[in-house]
Design a protein around this ligand. Structure first.
Ligand code: FAD
Ligand code: NAP
Length: 256
């Protein structure tokens, strides 16, 4: 199979620059592109005689007409150089197949969905939180987003506005959102690192939610060291990795 059969050429529809290093953008969605909230796409650009490809989680809903993404620009990052200059009308390559198993519906039981993320690891949860089934299925949706600085918290308004989302509506009270800044102290955010906050009980207190094997289902996404350390903290508290044949309480995805 040649490369042209594996991807489609899409158009950038809009770009929103949240800060010098954070941007969101939308691209056209081919009718044939299907995904489940929590999955990622491979986006690419033509680079010389070849291509450059990277994984990006969809932030838009499964049912949206366009595909939206959130990108943190990495200094001297190979694909970040392309994203730093993208504009409406530009072409972007989209691998035809969405990928990933970071899917809340894999949890067949449990009452509370606890979503723990750092940095761009919030991306899959933005899509998941737009799925009406999630709001009906779980009693509590607890989201903690850890970033270094206040300016990195670019989705607080999006999350607050979910209360006006037609498919969320009266279930909005189920959401508990804890934004965390780790390198900047101020009154409106908490300031802990996720693995330690699990070990010392601060996170459970911040959510006002007990964590139990019967009720809690954890999804971890972001900095790979955070994912690994948080996983270890959960293991030491008696939780286990979820596998389809051996149900547990933890799903995780490295954000880079
Ligand atoms: C499953 C999956 C989903 C992803 N989804 C997203 C997404 O939705 N949004 C997004 O911005 N990135 C996402 N990434 C990361 C993305 O694929 C790229 O790695 C990233 O954009 C940097 O690419 P680059 O070529 O500019 O830099 P690279 O040369 O690939 O990376 C340079 C270094 O930057 C660091 N780094 C890479 N990505 C990040 C990041 N997101 N946050 C903090 N540090 C990072 C790492 O230390 C890496 O070694 C995802 C990665 C995976 C595996
Ligand atoms: N954020 C910045 O302003 C900044 C400045 C210069 C360069 N960069 C680079 O730019 C890229 C993106 O930065 P980013 O800040 O979005 O992503 P990041 O470095 O992954 O940090 C995001 C969040 O994850 C936390 N974290 C990292 N490792 C952790 C662990 N093992 N356990 C628990 N929490 C952990 C960070 O806490 P801590 O803050 O405590 O690490 C921060 O709250 C990275 O390559 C970074 O090195 C970022």
């Amino acid at each position: 199979m040649n490369n042209e059969e594996k991807f489609t050429r899409e158009k950038v529809l809009w770009v929103k620059q949240h800060s010098p290093k954070h941007l969101s953008f939308a691209i056209t969605r081919p009718n044939s592109f299907r995904f489940s909230a929590g999955q990622f796409a491979r986006l690419g650009f033509i680079q010389g005689q070849g291509y450059i490809w990277r994984a990006y989680s969809m932030t838009s809903a499964e049912y949206a007409e366009t595909l939206e993404f959130f990108v943190i620009l990495i200094e001297d990052g190979a694909i970040s150089k392309y994203f730093a200059n993208i504009q409406a009308g530009d072409e972007i390559l989209l691998d035809k197949t969405a990928q990933g198993f970071f899917l809340p519906e894999r949890f067949v039981d449990g009452q509370d969905l606890i979503m723990l993320c750092t940095g761009s690891g919030i991306a899959p949860f933005l899509s998941i939180l737009q799925q009406p089934e999630i709001w009906q299925r779980f009693n509590t949706l607890a989201l903690a987003h850890s970033v270094s600085y206040q300016n990195d918290l670019v989705f607080n308004d999006f999350i607050a506005n979910l209360q006006n989302h037609p498919l969320v509506g009266n279930d909005f009270h189920k959401l508990r959102f804890v934004p965390i800044t780790t390198r900047e102290q101020d009154a409106s955010h908490l300031h802990f690192r996720l693995p330690e906050s699990l070990k010392n009980g601060t996170l459970s207190k911040a959510f006002d939610l007990p964590f139990t094997r019967e009720q809690s289902r954890f999804m971890l996404c972001g900095n790979p060291t955070m994912v690994q350390d948080t996983f270890q903290a959960l293991l030491s508290q008696g939780f286990s990795m979820h596998r389809n044949k051996l149900p547990g309480q933890i799903l995780m995805e490295n954000g880079f």
